[in-house]
Design a protein around this ligand. Structure first.
Ligand SMILES: [Zn+2]
Length: 178
C-alpha cells in the first residue's frame, strides 16, 4: 500500500540513530520497536533487522537499505539501470496531467515507491514491480490517472495483466446500485 506509508522525511519527524526510516509494526502499526538482532542481508546491501514491537510485543523482520546505496532496476530487455526517482515523478506527472490532484503528490508518490523498493530484501527490482507500485499508488490518488498510466505502461508481461488491471479499476469505479 504505497499511498499509506509516509516517506522517511515526512512521517514521524524524529529519526533515531538505529533506523533509516520509521518502521511500523507489521501487526498493530505501532511506530516504536526495538532491534533484537541486526545483520547484513545475503546480498550485503541491506541490513536485516529483527524487531520487537514496543506496543504489542510481536516480532517481525525488516530489511533496510541506506539511501546512499542505489537500487538497480531490471528491465524486460534484460538491461539494468539505476532507480531514478525523477523518472518516476515524470511518469506520474504525465498521468496526473490536468487532474485535480495537488502538485506535490507526484513527488510524494515517487518517494513512497522508492521507500518501498528500498525495504525489499534485494538490491535489484524489476521494472514491472516498480510500475505496479506506481499504479497502486496512483489508484489511491486518482482513478483516471491510474487508467492513463496503465494504458501507456509497457511493463506488464502480457495483455491479460493489463486487462485485469482495467477490470479492477472498472469495478472500483462502477456506480452504486440503489
Ligand atoms: Zn505491534
Amino acid at each position: 500500500m504505497v499511498g499509506q506509508r509516509g516517506s522517511a522525511v515526512t512521517s514521524g519527524g524524529r529519526r533515531r540513530p538505529d533506523s533509516f526510516q520509521p518502521v511500523r509494526c507489521a501487526t498493530c502499526g505501532h511506530l516504536d520497536s526495538k532491534v533484537v538482532d541486526s545483520r547484513q542481508s545475503d546480498d550485503g546491501g541491506a541490513i536485516r533487522r529483527r524487531r520487537q514491537c514496543l506496543a504489542c510485543g510481536q516480532r517481525f523482520t525488516t530489511f533496510e537499505r541506506p539511501e546512499s546505496l542505489g537500487i538497480a532496476v531490471l528491465k524486460r530487455s534484460g538491461d539494468r539501470e539505476p532507480f531514478d526517482r525523477a523518472k518516476v515523478v515524470a511518469g506520474v506527472q504525465a498521468a496526473l496531467k490536468a487532474r485535480p490532484v495537488g502538485a506535490g503528490e507526484a513527488e510524494a508518490l515517487a518517494a513512497a515507491v522508492e521507500d518501498e523498493m528500498r525495504q525489499l530484501p534485494t538490491a535489484e527490482v524489476t521494472s514491472e514491480r516498480v510500475g505496479r507500485a506506481v499504479l497502486e499508488g496512483l489508484r489511491e490518488l486518482d482513478v483516471i490517472a491510474a487508467v492513463r498510466f496503465a494504458s501507456v505502461y509497457k511493463g506488464f508481461d502480457d495483455l491479460s495483466d493489463f486487462e485485469r488491471e482495467l477490470t479492477l479499476l472498472t469495478k472500483r469505479t462502477a456506480p452504486k446500485r440503489h
